[in-house]
Write a protein that binds this ligand. Structure first.
Ligand code: DO4
Ligand code: MG
Length: 294
């Protein structure tokens, strides 16, 4: 499911079929589609099939549409240290690999309670093709390519998308209490390009995530990971997010990263980040250095 901007300036939902055909849907956003399915007590796929049965696919391809963020999530949350790789990299940030005693990262990886943190609001979250901002007070910034869950108000998964938890490794490494500054600023998060309906996914843990970074049109980094290596289940993560909380319908939960560029790499103005998950799409974002206010 994608959202795009119509000529009249309104947003419109469209479905991409297995045959790669694009059909407009009579909804502005995915929550309307979900509400219709709930009211009629049928699946979202059935609603889509009924809506498109006597219509023709759109002539324009995806490239010709102005894609919007697939859901204007009021809140984006994120889980951390959910992969062994993340635990090792956080330890490196914090201690340069010199720790002897178990660190907070070792402990949270093993603990019953996962790390869940607030990541973004709809005003800070970008879609595919839109630029992300770099912080001016960090010199070690990296993308964090993550599978993202799209949740209802009870924390039940109804979709999957791609998320980029753009992060400042130096700020978090200096002191973990700086986490909100290492994670949240203007345009420090992107999601998209599409939402894969959970009801169309057979195995929730078989997603392959590939991240590529380009500098001056040249690929400078590529790595692939699998959600099979997650240390926790999605249900576990969602249960802690909803516990005694207010959760909005359409909340997005990033599930953590297992892809980390080499230690000497930091994003710089003009770099292009691509995150691909087959079956969902490719989230593409250039990064821009923010202008320093004098
Ligand atoms: O502990 C800090 C954040 C970790 C994180 O964002 C991740 O593992 O993806
Ligand atoms: Mg992360």
């Amino acid at each position: 499911i994608i959202r795009f901007l119509e000529e009249n300036g309104l947003s419109r939902l469209a479905a991409i079929t297995d045959e790669n055909l694009l059909y407009e849907l009579p909804f502005e956003n995915i929550l309307e589609l979900r509400q219709e399915a709930q009211q009629r007590k049928v699946s979202m796929v059935e609603i889509i099939q009924q809506a498109i049965q006597d219509t023709l696919p759109k002539k324009e391809g995806l490239e010709q549409l102005k894609l919007l963020v697939p859901i204007e999530a009021q809140e984006v949350w994120a889980a951390g240290v959910t992969y062994l790789r993340s635990r090792e990299e956080r330890n490196y940030e914090a201690t340069g690999g010199k720790h002897v005693e178990p660190t907070i990262y070792d402990k949270v990886y093993e603990a019953k309670r996962p790390e869940i943190f607030f990541k973004s609001t709809k005003e800070r979250t970008r879609g595919t093709g839109e630029s992300l901002c770099l912080r001016t007070d960090s010199s070690w910034q990296v993308p964090e390519p993550e599978l993202a869950l799209v949740l209802d108000e009870n924390g039940q998964i109804f979709g999957f998308t791609i998320g980029n938890d753009l992060s400042c490794r130096d700020i978090e490494g200096e002191n973990p209490l700086y986490l909100p500054q290492a994670k949240i600023w203007k345009n420090s998060c992107s999601i998209g390009p599409a939402i894969r309906l959970a009801e169309t996914v057979e195995d929730f843990y078989s997603f392959q995530i590939t991240c590529r970074i380009y500098r001056n049109q040249e690929k400078v980094f590529e790595e692939t990971a699998s959600t099979r290596d997650l240390r926790r289940t999605y249900e576990e993560l969602c249960s802690y997010l909803v516990k005694d909380n207010i959760v909005f319908n359409g909340t997005v939960l990033l599930t953590g990263t297992s892809i980390v560029p080499p230690e000497n790499y930091t994003l710089q103005d003009g770099d292009l980040i691509e995150i691909e998950i087959p079956g969902i799409g490719t989230l593409v974002n250039p990064v821009k250095k923010q202008a320093v206010k004098l």
